[in-house]
Design a protein around this ligand. Structure first.
Ligand SMILES: COc1ccc(/C(C)=C/C(=O)O)cc1
Ligand SMILES: [Zn+2]
Length: 261
């Protein structure tokens, strides 16, 4: 019952109107991170990313967000360390954002919401053969979440912002290469980590979440370009791609661990 109470957000994106509660879901995402309830784990190693900019393939609008996808046939772009028992390959990254700067992130920190959130999605290439298989399995995915706040212009993000008009419509795709997403990581390595799920269907409980404590800064005009994208395809009634975040889910029987005191 609490789960459905959490989801009475009338203007939910139709994508998951039907699948708000996963029957028996016990580790759903996103959550509110209550800092004082998180437990410091001194043996949590730093998260190590190694991304090869040549693995960047293209960017496309899947009708929910824009995805920057990577060649995941080798271990050239991986995340390891932190809570992860082995390396996970980078598959794609995407963002969630609001219609204005007052909201947009999926996770919150002591109920503080950010204007946007970046997700770097990786899959466990040691245990599973493909990304599609991994998303259905426990420990299948590792997603690094990074909060965005409005501030200084983000130089490196601009290359991505400049290409967004070419993926304005659902199902549009454009080549996008030589991009290293480590330029989107905050300089501080502190993070929280917890066991959760995808935040869009199939909402499977396969994600080791790594949420960076510090946000990165982007400027207002860069976020405004995100909001110029459309959920709709060419020829359909234009619906602006905004508020593409899932409502908060109950923590239930979970603990959030922190890499810092
Ligand atoms: C193959 O279908 C997929 C559906 C969703 C996703 C992700 C990565 C969802 C999310 O970011 O919450 C991946 C594959
Ligand atoms: Zn996401």
């Amino acid at each position: 019952a609490t789960c459905s109470l959490q989801n009475t957000n009338a203007n939910l994106h139709p994508l998951w109107k039907g699948q708000l509660d996963i029957p028996g879901g016990t580790r759903q995402s996103p959550i509110d991170i209550r800092v004082r309830d998180s437990i410091f784990h001194p043996d949590l190693a730093p998260v190590k990313t190694h991304y090869d900019p040549n693995t960047c393939l293209h960017i496309w609008n899947n009708g929910y967000a824009f995805l920057v996808e990577f060649d995941d046939c080798t271990d050239k772009s991986v995340v390891s360390g932190g809570p992860l028992e082995n390396p996970y390959r980078l598959k794609q990254f995407h963002f969630h954002w609001g219609v204005n700067n007052d909201w947009g992130s999926e996770h919150t920190v002591d109920s503080k919401v950010f204007p946007a959130e970046l997700h770097l999605v990786h899959w466990n290439c040691t245990k599973y053969r493909t990304f599609e298989e991994a998303i259905m399995e426990e420990n299948g995915l590792a997603v690094i979440g990074i909060f965005l706040k409005v501030g200084r212009h983000h130089e490196k993000l601009q290359k991505l912002v400049d290409i967004l008009p070419s993926v304005r419509y659902k199902d549009s795709l454009t080549e996008f290469n030589y991009f290293d997403p480590s330029c989107l990581l905050p300089s501080c390595s502190d993070y929280w980590t917890y066991a959760g799920s995808l935040t869009t269907p199939p909402l499977t409980e396969s994600v080791s979440w790594i949420i960076m404590k510090k946000p990165i800064e982007v400027d207002h005009s860069q976020l405004a370009v995100f909001r110029s994208l459309l959920y709709s395809a060419v020829g359909e009634d234009e619906k602006y791609m905004v508020d593409n975040f899932r409502p908060l889910q109950p923590l239930m029987n979970r603990t959030v661990h922190s890499s810092f005191q």
